[in-house]
Design a protein around this ligand. Structure first.
Ligand code: APR
Length: 310
């Protein structure tokens, strides 16, 4: 069986962590890519990872580069490239700066890996995934954004702590945009098959939901410089694994909607089936009035960000 080729664009905190997790799980050979100015550190990180292979016993090769020729015929491309918001930079500035990065990365992917499935992490992720979709012209099934796996993971981590039970037994369910406007569906969330509402008092459950909504900000405040990267990287790897192994996982993805849930022409977090073809299905659920209006607000905030795109 041929070994998959996975390119990770952006060799910063999230990209490098993602590359190492992919290699450790032997999901494929990994090419870590950054801008020419960062070529040596990128090569250094990749070499350092590869030198861990004999210790950890993985056969996935890792290389660092700034030359997209090296990414040729990737099966999966993961985009973590971009800049984080700095003091004095407006959210709109950030959108436009990262949009430029998405445009240049998309051009390279289109040229070198026309058949790849793309996973996007760069924020604001819904609008950035849309940009990559437009710029590559790839079919919607092959341009996928990550946010729900991470939001759900945060929710499940907090629930496991609250109940003092294994994280393995917790199932959460999040719809909508990333962060503040996400829509956690408590009635689809369980611990060992038991609905969470039966195990946790309503006010405690609400506190967990609120903490999940600002989960990214909590890490930013603690780090003091930069944003979360371990859990985001783990989330990307879970999605990549579902695709590479054709696992047919039901995971939340940021998917292009053409009428689903009543939305047209936007990328939004919805439950999807992930397999060898990328997004193989979007699940449409009946929502309560409150859930639908929360999702409407989420879609509206995604549209607001999209209106800044140039
Ligand atoms: N091509 C390739 N790499 C690029 C480009 C580009 N055009 N522009 C920037 N980069 C690289 C930077 O050089 C840097 O190494 O992207 C990397 C970003 O890494 P970090 O600054 O460490 O950011 P990180 O914490 O990894 O977050 C990356 O993920 O979670 C999101 O909001 C976060 O959008 C951000 C992204």
């Amino acid at each position: 069986m041929k070994r998959e080729k996975i390119s990770v664009i952006g060799a910063g905190f999230t990209g490098a962590t993602t590359a190492f997790l992919l290699a450790q799980k032997e999901l494929g050979n990994v090419v870590l890519v950054d801008i020419p100015e960062a070529e040596n550190p990128t090569k250094g990180k990749a070499l350092d990872m590869w030198e861990a292979a004999p210790v950890q016993g993985f056969d996935s090769h890792v290389m660092g580069t700034s030359n997209y020729e090296d990414t040729k015929e990737s099966d999966i491309v993961i985009i973590t490239a971009g800049v984080a918001r700095k003091p004095g930079m407006s959210r709109d500035d950030l959108v436009q700066i990262n949009q430029k990065v998405m445009k240049s990365v998309s051009t390279q992917i289109k040229e070198h890996s026309p058949n790849a499935i793309i996973l996007v992490l760069t924020n604001p992720v819904d609008a950035m995934t849309y940009t990559v979709f437009k710029e590559t012209g790839f079919p919607k099934e092959r341009v996928i954004g990550q946010s729900g796996v991470l939001d759900t993971a945060r929710f499940c981590a907090f629930v496991a702590e609250e109940l003092n039970v294994s994280v393995k037994d917790i199932r959460g369910f999040v719809l909508g945009g990333h962060g503040d406007t996400m829509v956690p569906l408590i009635r689809y969330s369980y611990a060992g098959g038991i609905p969470l509402e039966k195990l946790i008092a309503a006010d405690r459950l609400q506190a967990i939901v609120d903490r999940t909504r600002v989960g990214g900000g909590e890490i930013v405040n603690l780090l003091g410089n930069g944003s979360a990267y371990y859990a985001p990287a783990a989330s990307l790897v879970e999605m990549a694994e579902a695709i590479i192994k054709d696992q047919k996982r039901i995971l939340p993805s940021i998917a292009y909607l053409e009428g689903e849930y009543g939305y047209e022409g936007i990328y939004l977090g919805v439950p999807t089936l992930l397999g060898a073809n990328g997004i193989e299905k979007i699940y449409e659920l009946d929502l309560t009035k409150e859930e639908k209006s929360a999702l409407d607000a989420s879609a509206e905030s995604v549209r607001e960000v999209m209106s800044v795109l140039i």
